[in-house]
Write a protein that binds this ligand. Structure first.
Ligand code: CA
Ligand code: CA
Ligand code: CA
Length: 370
């Protein structure tokens, strides 16, 4: 309905007309309307910063929420029951002895039936406080039994995946002083056999070249409009051939690590590097049906695709600044294919240069038809 019509018909009260204008406020959108996201879930303040997503074989969803916008609330792992659609706290994030808080971010169901998550402590401590954690799950009751540390000495543990009985994760910061403020990020691989009954520790970043668990590094040349953000490797996934894709948050540099043997990969090779078209890579996921990577572009409120065969970047959807109440994207950070649709987490923790301008009070997940 046009605003002019509202006013001329005189049927609506002035207050109603103003309310209508507010929700009808023009948010610019791009993409085929069949991909227009709708609201999947709105949380209250107890989930004020949602991030990672995974699911079990039955389709129950697990979502990590570090809840760093309002730290009155603990970082938690939420679970959505596939039978009832109800969300509840699955477990609180294990407390870091260094910061006194648990901050679950990237999360993934492991091949051993346990849940693994990145405990991202970087926003509280830059002193290697982040970890990868294992939530041991009772195979019968499916309840959380305990949480164990499996990898330590990480700067910003971000995305986590599994491939061939090894866990793979990204560390977004190396915090090394390099010319032009170039930022390094790492892709690490730890065999599950190495963390069966114990934890392992990464080497300090000054020794990163000697780290046996490091697969490769990304480089970020910070973008002028992003306030010097040089954050590196963020989203990570493996395709059907075991080739890895990884992208940087600071500039959207998109790489592949090609699988060259049973447990060996090439160094990161650039697939795409044009920040004018793709400036920010947060979470990514592999879409086996279409042999493509689905990408959350946090800066541009966009869901992009990378066609692996054609080596082509595509766009499913993007929109302007919004609070996300109607399901539009509000700093998307993590896509996951679930029951043939795409569930998208909206991080909504604004940094300089992003379309999202406000950490608003509407905490949402979107869902998109694929
Ligand atoms: Ca991420
Ligand atoms: Ca929001
Ligand atoms: Ca917002």
């Amino acid at each position: 309905m046009k605003y002019s019509k509202l006013f001329t018909t005189g049927i609506l009260s002035a207050a109603a007309a103003v309310a209508m204008m507010a929700c009808d406020a023009k948010v610019e959108t791009k993409g085929d309307t069949k991909y227009r996201p709708t609201l999947f879930k709105q949380f209250g303040d107890v989930v004020n910063l949602p991030d990672g997503l995974t699911q079990d074989a039955e389709g129950n969803i697990f979502m990590a929420a570090p809840n760093l916008i309002d730290k009155n609330y603990a970082g938690v792992v939420m679970k959505r029951c596939v039978k009832t659609g109800k969300w509840s706290v699955f477990c609180a994030g294990a407390i870091s002895p260094k910061t006194g808080r648990g901050c679950p971010m990237g999360i993934e169901m492991g091949p051993d039936g346990n849940l693994y998550y990145c405990d991202n402590q970087y926003f509280l401590s830059k002193d290697y406080a982040s970890r990868v954690m294992r939530v041991v799950i009772d195979p019968k009751t499916k309840e959380a039994l305990r949480i164990e540390t499996v990898v330590e000495n990480i700067k910003l543990a971000n995305a986590i995946r599994f491939y061939d009985d090894a866990l793979l994760f990204t560390d977004t910061y190396f915090d090394m002083t390099l010319p032009n403020n170039v930022g390094l990020g790492g892709i690490y691989r730890v065999p599950l056999a190495d963390i069966k009954d114990k934890s392992v520790s990464l080497l300090k970043k000054e020794d990163y070249k000697k780290d046996p668990y490091l697969l490769g590094v990304t480089e970020t040349i910070p973008l002028p409009h992003r306030g010097g953000d040089n954050s590196g490797a963020d989203g990570l996934c493996a395709d059907k051939d075991g080739n890895l894709a990884v992208g940087t948050f600071g500039s959207g540099r998109f790489y592949t690590l090609k699988r060259t043997g049973k447990a060996t990969w090439s160094k990161p090779e650039l697939l795409f590097d044009d920040p004018a078209k793709f400036p920010c890579c947060d979470g990514i996921t592999y879409d086996a049906k279409n042999n493509r990577v689905i990408i959350a572009d946090s800066e541009q409120n966009a869901i992009r695709t990378w066609d692996i065969e054609k080596k082509e970047l595509g766009l499913l959807w993007s929109n302007g600044d919004t609070d996300g109440a109607d399901g539009l994207l509000d700093q998307p950070c993590e896509p996951m294919i679930w029951q043939g649709k795409l569930v998208i987490v909206n991080f909504d923790m604004s940094f300089p240069g992003l379309i999202n301008k406000e950490n608003d009070k509407i905490h949402t997940l979107s869902i998109m038809d694929l």
